[in-house]
Design a protein around this ligand. Structure first.
Ligand SMILES: [Ca+2]
Ligand SMILES: [Ca+2]
Length: 104
């Protein structure tokens, strides 16, 4: 098994950036959590809630939970075949922010 530079406990910068963008877009009430209603705007994430992404099982997605999952996906360790989430900012698509992580 390979270990990436930076150690296994440090989320890649990309995951942090993606999480920020996702929350900027979907956290409508800005409480730092994505609830079921907010997740309905992003079917891929809503789907992901079925696959242990919701660590504390409060049916809401925290930024930490998202970053952790994104990191796992980025490292290709999760059993999710694909993740696609179109990110827009202020109603306009954010250039280069289409998120697609496909584990090998
Ligand atoms: Ca929220
Ligand atoms: Ca949670």
């Amino acid at each position: 098994m390979f270990q990436r530079a930076g150690g296994p406990n440090r989320p890649p910068i990309e995951s942090e950036k993606v999480a920020d963008t996702v929350f900027a877009q979907y956290d409508k009430n800005a409480d730092g959590m994505l609830n079921q209603e907010e997740l309905s705007g992003c079917p891929s994430l809503q789907d992901a809630m079925k696959y242990n992404i919701d660590k504390n099982e409060d049916h809401q997605l925290s930024r930490e939970e998202l970053v952790e999952r994104l990191s796992q996906w980025a490292n290709g360790r999760a059993g999710v075949s694909s993740f696609s989430c179109r990110v827009t900012k202020k109603g306009k698509p954010l250039a280069g922010a289409q998120v697609q992580l496909v584990p090998e």
